[in-house]
Write a protein that binds this ligand. Sequence first.
Ligand code: SF4
Length: 500
Amino acid sequence: MIASLLLSWYDRCGRTLPFRGTKDPYPIWISEIMLQQTRTETVGDYYLRFLSRFPDVFSLAEADEQDVLKMWEGLGYYSRARNLHKAAKIIAAEYNGVFPADEEKLRSLPGVGDYTAAAVASIAFDLPCPAMDGNLTRVLSRLHGVREDVGMPSVRRQLLSLAREDMPSRRCGDFNQALMDLGATVCTPGTPDCDACPLRTLCQAYAAGDQDMLPVKAAAKPPREVRAAVAVVTCGAKILLLQRKEALLRGLWIFPMTEEGDTPAHMEKRLQQLGVKARLVCPLGEAKHIFTHRIWQMKIYHFRAEKMESREGRWASLAEMQALPLPTAVKAARDFAQGLLTPRMLSLTPDRMAGAAAAYAVSWRQSHEKHCSQAFLREHDERHMEMILRGHLSVGKKVYAIEACGETAGILVLDPVENELVSLYIHPLFQHSGLGRAAVAFAVSALNAARDMRVTLLCDNEAARQLYTANGFTHVQATRALNPARGVYEEDRVRKGEEA
Ligand code: SF4
């Protein structure tokens, strides 16, 4: 009776979900693992992305764990992804890629518990296995008037046995999914919508009027609050990331942090342990992340390191950080890091002059050292470069300080009259971090795209040549030689546009 009422309701009112309508155990397994501790609406997009990246159990088994974690990024409870990967290897190697049609064997796979084994067994293989999740527990406890703590093993066994009695001999997977849908849409937590329920005439809680009191659950132990300090440590345009070794978030990349306390002093101690010489720049903000048993109450700081040294972890550019799997727990720190690493082109004002001249001098000397005498290089000190910058400003050129990680990382000079990118220099510490690319893109947008846009660069500067050609510039010609007494070098001229 229960089954027929429920299944006919399911045929009319069951939810349409991206992971429904298949009997293939692989996608069913993926969706059921994702649905553990995650809302159905959240799972849809992740499920489709994951399956397009790992379309079958072999592609998942052969994948790098970091790629699996990256595809899981944002879903949380990352042990699920690691276990999924381990289980895929077992199915590929021991079962030749064929899922066992056996609840016990499914349960023996890493990360597959009672619920998942029953869900896969019933949906993929039509085996009579009740998939006892929160929805089934709630519906069955109300339906059968179970008024004891559903967290107790004896009560769970009782509910499981009731579910087995209710289960039909066919359409077992649909029966489980019907109970899940009823629990999600009608027999909801709090006050259920009993008027819309196909089981109302059979429901003991409805008859007794205590449906909103069920299921009975003992109060959960509140999670422990931990005050933690997190450091966004920059060196040039690189940021220090560490790979977690602890069980919580193992294998994922996070920022240096300590659970010893949330002050800058706690963070400094942790950085010393990591062998990182860094000084505090400023506090960035606060964030909170709630795990099942723990709450991270985090204070986030910006530290600047003298050198890219650390006993563990890696120094990553913005693009590298974006390619690594980072957990949602450090989202706030990641947003701060992203803001710091994203370069900004700031008009040169008097307060930015010293930093710009210093970055200009260092990078100019680096790029000219092969071509010029030592005396000529020495002449190009900060004072001299400041004079050049002031000269540019005095004749109407646009001068920008390129800022990243709170420092002046380079300079950009544009001539709107000649439609020319006059100078672009990036401090050595900030090179190979995407700043040059960002500055060229900015120049292209700031100058007149309808006219030829010119750039002059040293003829043997292959990196610069690649940067410009990647941005649509076309090499034109070598142009001039300078006075040998003042350092001999030639320059090439390139321009944006079709003609060469
Ligand atoms: S009648 Fe109400 S309490 Fe009973 S199963 Fe239906 S929705 Fe739940």
